[in-house]
Write a protein that binds this ligand. Structure first.
Ligand code: SDX
Length: 436
């Protein structure tokens, strides 16, 4: 980051001496006011619950312009990556800073392929769960459990260890997500195949059985690969910030990624795709497009607590570029499967049309986000609703580990330790029991 010519001066109306704060510039996007010395100079903290105006770190990985609806991975626009590259090329880009050439792509693919199996003991963790356990509960456990197999071989301060941990996580997530699915439906696990693509391998582990050969549908394979690209990273969102904060204590990367999975599960974050599809199915059950107006009234009624899931975003105050690409993928998959008349897709398009023209949404700059169409295309592929967020976690793992490794490789990084505004009781003595 570069020191700007500009400086910030903080002055106080009560006569306390003013404070001069340096301003730093990134390569693109907002400048930052460096407040690291503020507490030492003023005895005061800043206050920013939800971090609406706070840059928690400097990063060179992903850039978002919320007003323009722009998303860049290492400078490349998501629209170009999603149509010209595949997920493993995107993983290479996020991890190492550039797209692989043909030779490097073969080498990286080979490395990932050689780590897709998990230790045979992993299957016994699954047996501890009920068959109807939510897959995100299972995945939080399984990914945390990976620590038990690699904890002693992961010195996070060793760049090679950090890199192999990244490869292991990228390689094993599809295997673990498919295992969680198979466990839930009582089918045998399918071992990964080294002769299939990353997303083709995942499709076979999900939908193949030992009873017959599984033929990968290239349209579904490409669609799933694009879904992974669209979800790979997204700046300092809640789960990425969780991974950074967790990893800042020096814990092993598997434990830190498990923390990210737990955070992503929430309906305000990665759980929104599951919540969005459930919402569309509810509206469909209540009467479909004819009922959308009534539903919108509930959404606009503050007391209802009802939100239009898949809409709105902390950063995007314009159309989420991923939503447009997801809608296109949706159309391709539905056409391939002869589901162009899928009532849920038609309903989603009707909801979007109504919402983007409605003053409540226009005023609040609420647009479809990545989760609005992703559920419909995943459901069409055959992925169960309660596994949607598991697919999101599979894809986001590369972003989480790239961000974690970026933080740890910065010699200046410290353990994250925010402060607070205390509004509790001043000091008081414990009364004897008779006086309580
Ligand atoms: C993801 O951060 C990331 O980058 C996340 C993500 C990623 O890739 O990592 O992009 C993935 O999490 C996408 C978002 C998925 N979540 C949802 O679709 C759930 C529904 N959306 C929201 O709950 C909400 O929009 C958030 C949580 C996404 C953003 O919330 P903010 O920025 O905290 O905004 P807010 O809650 O303060 O809302 C501002 C106003 C409020 O109304 P007023 O108080 O001003 O009257 O907009 C309203 C909100 O009530 N609002 C909505 C709404 N989202 C915001 N009203 C109805 N429906 C919605 N979906």
């Amino acid at each position: 980051m570069k020191l700007a010519d500009n400086k910030a001066t903080l002055s106080f109306s009560n006569g306390k001496p003013s404070v001069e704060l340096p301003v730093y510039q990134g390569n693109i996007g907002p400048d930052v006011i460096d407040i690291r010395k503020l507490y030492g100079q003023t005895g005061m903290f800043t206050y920013d619950p939800g971090f609406l105006s706070t840059a928690s770190c400097q990063s060179a990985i992903t850039y978002i312009d919320g007003d323009k609806g722009e998303l860049l991975y290492r400078g490349y626009p998501i629209e170009q990556l999603a149509t010209q590259c595949d997920f493993l090329e995107t993983c290479h880009l996020l991890l190492y800073g550039d797209l692989p050439n043909a030779a490097k792509k073969v080498e990286f693919t080979q490395r990932v392929t050689m780590h897709t199996m998990v230790n045979e003991q992993m299957q016994f963790f699954l047996r501890g769960f009920r068959r109807d356990a939510h897959p995100m509960a299972v995945l939080t456990g399984l990914i945390g459990a990976l620590s038990a197999f690699y904890h002693d071989s992961t010195d996070i301060n060793n760049p090679e260890h950090r890199e192999i941990a990244a490869i292991r996580l990228i390689a094993k997530l599809p295997t673990l997500v498919a295992m969680a699915y198979k466990y839930g439906i009582g089918q045998p696990y399918m071992y990964p195949r080294n002769d299939l693509s990353y997303s083709g391998n995942f499709l076979r582990m999900m939908f193949g059985t030992p009873c017959e050969d599984y033929k990968v549908n290239p349209v579904l394979e490409r669609a799933l690969d694009r879904i992974f690209v669209l979800h790979a990273d997204h700046e300092q969102n809640a789960s990425t910030s969780t991974v950074r904060l967790c990893g800042s204590s020096g814990t092993n990367p598997f434990a830190a990624i498990a923390a990210g999975v737990a955070c992503l599960w929430g309906p305000a974050h990665g759980g929104a795709n599951e919540a969005c599809l459930n919402m569309l199915e509810d509206i469909q059950r209540q009467g479909g497009i004819a009922k959308v107006g009534e539903y919108m009234e509930q959404v606009k009624d503050k007391n209802s607590g009802v939100r239009l899931m898949g809409f709105g975003h902390r950063v995007y105050k314009n159309y989420d570029p991923r939503a447009k690409l997801m809608q296109e993928t949706c159309k391709e998959v539905l056409a391939e499967l002869g589901l162009e008349k899928d009532p849920l897709f038609k309903l989603a398009m009707a909801v979007e049309k109504i919402a983007v023209e409605d003053d409540y949404f226009v005023q609040r700059k609420l647009y479809p986000n990545v989760d609005f169409y992703s559920g419909i295309v995943q459901r069409a592929i055959g992925i169960p609703v309660n596994l949607f967020t598991g697919i999101f976690a599979l894809a986001r793992t590369v972003g989480w580990i790239a961000q974690l490794n970026e933080m740890i490789s910065d010699p200046e990084y410290k353990i994250g330790r925010p402060r607070q505004l205390y509004t509790g009781s001043p000091r008081r003595d414990v009364p004897p029991m008779a006086k309580r």
